[in-house]
Structure formats: C-alpha cells, structure tokens
Design a protein around this ligand. Structure first.
Ligand code: SF4
Length: 330
C-alpha cells in the first residue's frame, strides 16, 4: 500500500473523499477497495489498481496465544518481521521494524547479524500496524500501543519514521495517542534531539546494555561514535526540554554484564529521578547465554537499593523467536 499515492490521487477531489478513503482503510479496515462502498465505483476501481490494499504476510502464534509474529513481504520481495503483544490488561502493542536489517551490528542481536538492506518507507511502517489491526478486528480488539523496537535503528530512518508516527497519531487514521508510542534507539544523539523537537510527547527508550564504554563498545560497535557520556548528555537535554521520563533498556547476558559490581556501576551512572531501567531477560541465540532469574533479581535489587526505578520486562514470544533481538526477516 502506498499512502502518499492515495493523497496524490485524491488531491484534486473534494476534501471529504480523502477522509472517506482513510476511514475505509484505518477504521473499517477494508482489505479490498470493493468493500469501501461510500466511494464511487470508478474511483474504487482506480484505487484498486493504483493503491492496492493487500498486505502479504504469514503469521506464527506463540503457545500461550499472547504473541503473534508476522513476516511481511515487501513489494521488492524483501521480508521484515513485526510482532503483536497481547497484554493481560487488554493493551495490544505492535513492535514495528523501521529498516530491513540493521547497520549497527550489535553482537547479541539477530537483526544485527543480517546486515543492512534498506530503510522502510512510511507506508511500509504503517502497514505493520494495519496488518495487526486487521488481525484483531475479528475479536473486536484494537491496537493500543506502538513501539519502534523491531528491526533497525529508527533514528537512522527518521524522516520515514516521523511520517509514520504522524499517520499513527492522526485522528483520521489510527488515532494512537503520542504517549502510547515509544521509540527506542541505540543512542543516536541527533535523533534524540529531533524527537524532542518533533514529538515531545512520545516516549524515548535507550538501548544501553552495559555500565561502561569498554563493555558497551564490545557489544555495540555504535558506542565508538556515541559513547555513554555523549548519550547521557543528550538524554538530559531531552528531559530538560520535555520533562519526560526515559527508559534505559538493559539486556541481561550471563557473565557478561550481569554482576553485582556492574549493577553498582550502572546505578551510579543512572542515578537521576527521571531515569528508569528495564531489565530484559535475554533470548539465547548461540553467542550469549541468558542470566538466571536469581541473577536478574539480584541485579534489580542493587539498582533499587540505590534508588533507581527498575522493572523487568516480561519475555514475549521466545518460542516463536519473536522476542527482543530475535527478529530476522526469515
Ligand atoms: S539491537 Fe537494535 S540497533 Fe542493535 S543491531 Fe539489533 S536492531 Fe540494530
């Protein structure tokens, strides 16, 4: 689906036509223009040819039914993965990809090992949410949250991610509130600045994963250009402008970054009222092992003792390789 083409085709038509077409796509969730009966037959035919609504995708559902992974095929044949997480409190979160592959090559991440193929267009990003909105329609459920934590680094494709966020947030499209949308970055400081300017209400998450530059540099090559001090300075400026809390993601790798000493080091670095830490149980993919639940508990306790707000993320979809760092466009 090419949303800019939709705007282009309808630009000389009365304004309500575009609103009707968007309602058909985003509210009625039609999968075929022939079902958009508020639109004239001729126009439907034109749209059918020029803005097809089909999204090619295959899904895998986890055993407990709460995680659904979709492999979507793009127009050029490349594939991306996107994940729906159904929470027990009725929230439905889509974890979207922003690039095909990723150029940053973090060692613990399967996407990183694929290399980088290309940026996704804004329509390709929105399509991931649309795919799951259609999937949930049968149960009369809706998408409530979107996180940019799938394949790719969102700030390296900011113009398209920005356009996609505008569509997700637009009341004539999905109408998902800005505070229900989160962008996660490996620490691209220019992107953090842009987020504060463009969308001060949107949540920011930082993939940190190590308490010092030495280890972070070994795990995440991007740390050479964006070391911890630079990132934290940028985060502080972001907080000054937006007064929003910031989440630091920390994936727990056995005997790599999970010792008590490392927890103390991290606590020292992250002692700031608007910082939060989210500990993520790692999903082993060959190179690293995951920390034991006891180790994670101890690590969390050290942070909390130091006055840091810390949470532990529920591990979604490990059985279908839909969890953090496991998306690979297979
Ligand atoms: S963790 Fe994120 S930034 Fe790092 S390689 Fe994977 S997708 Fe890219």
């Amino acid at each position: 689906m090419n949303l800019s083409k939709l705007d282009e085709i309808l630009k000389s038509a009365p304004v309500f036509r575009l609103a009707q077409a968007k309602k058909a796509v985003f509210f009625d969730l039609v999968e075929d223009w022939s079902k958009a009966t508020t639109i004239s037959k001729d126009l439907r035919e034109k749209l059918r040819k020029e803005v097809p609504l089909e999204i090619k995708g295959k899904i895998l559902v986890s055993k407990n039914g709460r995680t659904v992974k979709a492999a979507l095929e793009l127009e050029d044949g490349l594939k991306i993965e996107t994940v729906l997480m159904k929470h027990t409190d009725k929230r439905n979160t889509v974890c979207v990809s922003s690039q095909v592959g990723c150029p940053l090559g973090c060692l613990f991440c399967v996407t990183g090992t694929m290399g980088f193929k290309r940026n996704l267009t804004s329509s390709e990003i929105v399509e991931q949410v649309l795919f799951f909105a259609r999937y949930l329609k049968k149960d009369k459920e809706k998408i409530t949250n979107v996180v940019f934590m799938g394949m790719g680094e969102p700030f390296l494709n900011w113009e398209n991610v920005k356009k996609a966020i505008e569509i997700l947030n637009d009341d004539n499209c999905f109408g998902i509130g800005a505070r229900k949308i989160s962008v996660s970055t490996a620490g691209i400081t220019e992107g953090i600045e842009r987020l504060a300017e463009d969308f001060p209400q949107i949540n920011l998450a930082i993939s940190l994963h190590a308490p010092d530059d030495k280890l972070r540099g070994e795990l995440m090559p991007v740390n050479q250009k964006y070391p911890l001090e630079k990132i934290l300075k940028s985060v502080d400026e972001y907080i000054e402008k937006t007064n929003r809390k910031v989440m630091f993601e920390y994936v727990m790798l056995k005997d790599v970054n999970d010792s008590e000493e490392q927890a103390k080091k991290l606590a020292k670095r992250l002692k700031y009222p608007l910082y939060m830490v989210n500990l993520i149980a790692y999903n082993p993919n060959g190179r690293f092992e995951s920390s034991s639940p006891e180790r994670i508990k101890k690590f969390k306790a050290v942070l909390e003792k130091a006055g840091i707000f810390a949470t532990q993320r529920y591990r979604f979809g490990t059985d279908i390789e839909a969890a953090c760092g496991q998306l690979a466009g297979k």
